[in-house]
Write a protein that binds this ligand. Structure first.
Ligand code: FAD
Ligand code: SF4
Ligand code: SF4
Length: 544
């Protein structure tokens, strides 16, 4: 913090002139490094310019020495000090703090204290001036009464308080980013995931400033209701401001985030597995948590058509089993040609946190993609609603979400040489896997589908839900099994208990070599996503 951060040089000059007018003293201001902030001063008397002189040794001997000593003292004491310089002249010094940051000192000197007089011997020693002349010049210098000193102290104090308060207000205004900043920094750059975290928070607080459009885009409902708290900006997964705090909160470590355990699992329940995306582990764990009454709600998604899942709040184990699977299960709903609107593999389950709180649920498991997990963890880090109802965060691995209309859907058919009518199930791992109703398995490279990848996903660098309690993906696991990473103490506890009740492990005692391979596969995909996001981010106008 520098004095010139608070106000400009010209304003410090004006500050000095005002104080000189008010007190008759020579005004000064130094920054924390001891450099002058008021360059040209109006002298309080004829003696001071002679004492100070132009030579460095004189300045060093009296004025600068006095100011340095005062600066050290006021900084240490954190309060106003009234003293005298070696020549016997009054010196009032006041520290300038912005919070705990010491910016410098301001003050005045050059008049005499009550009953004080100039020390002619010192003036003679410094300047060589005749003692009589020094005494005569000293007699022309005004003495301040204790009341007058008090008045000048209050004046300085008020002015400094005002400068700091204005600075803080201006800082708050420029630094607090609001939803308008989200529009500028996130939406206009195509980086909005449409997770709905901003609206979820604003609505949970009853501010009512934001809402979601019909297409899921967050927007102002009433800008006048925005109190400019800046929380929507901080919790947005496309904003990095809280990332270091977030990492500290979960004990994040490179390269995959915190990884206490990694293993391959599937649900013991075979019927459940047939509905699931991979091994049905997410659903099995949620059922277990419901059975044990550890959760009273789960923010998940539910099939609403081919390539379409909608956020859903499950409140018991049966409902959670209904929600198993991903967006790519064609057995659940009708033919894809029935749906004319855009298809999306993305579904903002975390938006169910608001309704969960309204229902009075207090232990909710949130299942979501890394971007959604990031937003909820940020809410928790700030301690803002509705994150107080979160019991645990179950994150999915994610290479990207896909959105497409009919034309692009037909293009995918051509690339894969299949017809959507024949498709039974689709899954995303290291490739886009298509299982046909006749049992045939096809696979497309993910880069072939880049033309339908959501724009926001191109900037996303989290493949494994690094801030979740537990993360789940198909990568590295045989078909019908799920790779699971337990990250936090809560995640480890949940996994350990689920192993006893609802999960079976692929390889009870995997050898070190197999574990390294599994980890390497995950790390490779994670690094590839980070690299790709970094390349996209540098292309953005004005950086991130
Ligand atoms: C958009 C997307 C991309 C993915 N990309 C990859 C990838 O590249 N590599 C990889 O290894 N794994 C990826 N996964 C994860 C993988 O598809 C499985 O979800 C994961 O392996 C868990 O399988 P499971 O059988 O154990 O879960 P299940 O028991 O089937 O449970 C899945 C849970 O996820 C919820 N869910 C389903 N779809 C969504 C959605 N769109 N948004 C939020 N929640 C949802 C369901 O409601 C259910 O609770 C992706 C998942 C999604 C949703
Ligand atoms: S990414 Fe989420 S929090 Fe950020 S602006 Fe979009 S909807 Fe809001
Ligand atoms: S890649 Fe996945 S986690 Fe990242 S923004 Fe897209 S949907 Fe969210």
């Amino acid at each position: 913090m520098q004095m010139k951060d608070l106000i400009s040089s010209d304003k410090w000059k004006k500050f000095g002139a005002d104080f000189n007018d008010h007190s008759g003293m020579t005004a000064y201001a130094y920054d924390a490094a001891g450099d002058h902030v008021i360059e040209k001063r109006r002298w309080a008397n004829q003696l001071c310019p002679i004492i100070r002189g132009g030579e460095p040794h004189r300045e060093e001997s009296v004025c600068a020495k006095s100011h340095k000593a005062m600066a050290e003292l006021v900084r240490k004491e954190g309060k106003i000090i009234v003293g005298t310089c070696q020549a016997g002249l009054l010196n009032i010094a006041l520290p300038v703090f912005v919070g705990n940051d010491f910016a410098g000192i301001v003050g005045g000197c050059g008049l005499l204290p009550p009953k004080g007089e100039v020390d002619a011997d010192v003036v003679n020693a410094i300047t060589g001036m005749e003692k009589n002349a020094a005494t005569t010049l000293g007699q022309n210098i005004r003495r301040l009464s204790p009341e007058e000193i008090e008045t000048q102290v209050r004046y300085l104090e008020d002015r400094v308080l005002d400068i700091v308060a204005r600075y803080k207000e201006g800082y708050r205004k420029t630094k607090t980013r609001t939803f308008k900043s989200l529009i500028r920094d996130v939406q206009r750059k195509g980086r909005c995931h449409q997770c709905g975290a901003c609206v979820t928070f604003c609505t949970a607080m009853n501010y009512g400033a934001l809402e979601l459009s019909e297409t899921g885009r967050p927007m102002f409902r009433d800008p006048n209701k925005c109190i400019e708290c800046g929380v929507c900006y901080m919790i947005c997964p496309a904003v990095d401001d809280l990332n270091e705090m977030l990492k500290a909160k979960v004990g994040w470590q490179p390269p995959l985030g915190r990884t206490e355990q990694i293993g391959v699992f599937r649900a013991r329940d075979e019927a459940l597995r047939t509905r699931a995306t991979d091994g049905g582990t997410v659903t099995a764990i949620l059922s277990h948590l419901f059975e044990e009454k550890l959760i009273d709600g789960a923010a998940v998604t539910r099939q609403a058509g081919p390539f379409k899942r909608i956020p859903w709040l499950a409140t018991d184990a049966d409902q959670v089993i209904e929600s198993a699977g991903s967006s790519f299960d064609f057995s659940v709903s009708g033919a894809i040609s029935l749906y004319a609107q855009d298809y999306s593999t993305y579904s903002p389950s975390m938006r169910m946190l608001g309704p969960a709180t309204h229902k009075g649920l207090s232990n909710v498991a949130v299942v979501g993609t890394p971007c959604q997990i990031n937003a909820v963890r940020k809410m928790e880090t700030l301690g803002v609603v509705p994150s107080q109802s979160v019991y645990c965060l179950l994150g999915l691995f994610c290479s990207g979400g896909y959105v497409f209309g009919d034309k692009r859907r037909e293009k995918i058919e051509r690339i894969g040489n299949f017809s959507w009518e024949e498709v039974d199930k689709i899954n995303i791992r290291d490739r886009f896997l298509v299982r046909l109703k006749n049992g045939e398995q096809l696979s497309l490279r993910l880069d072939e589908l880049d033309f339908v990848k959501r724009k926001a996903c191109r900037y996303c660098d989290d493949y494994t839900s690094e801030f979740a309690d537990l993360s789940f993906g198909g990568i590295g696991a045989p078909e019908g099994w799920t790779t699971v990473i337990a990250r936090t103490a809560k995640g480890v506890k949940i996994l350990e208990e689920a192993k006893e009740t609802v999960l079976e492990q692929y390889d009870e005692a995997p050898d070190a070599e197999r574990m390294i391979t599994l980890r390497e596969v995950i790390e490779w995909h994670s690094a590839a996503k980070k690299e790709s996001a970094a390349q996209q981010l540098v292309k953005l106008p004005n950086g991130r």
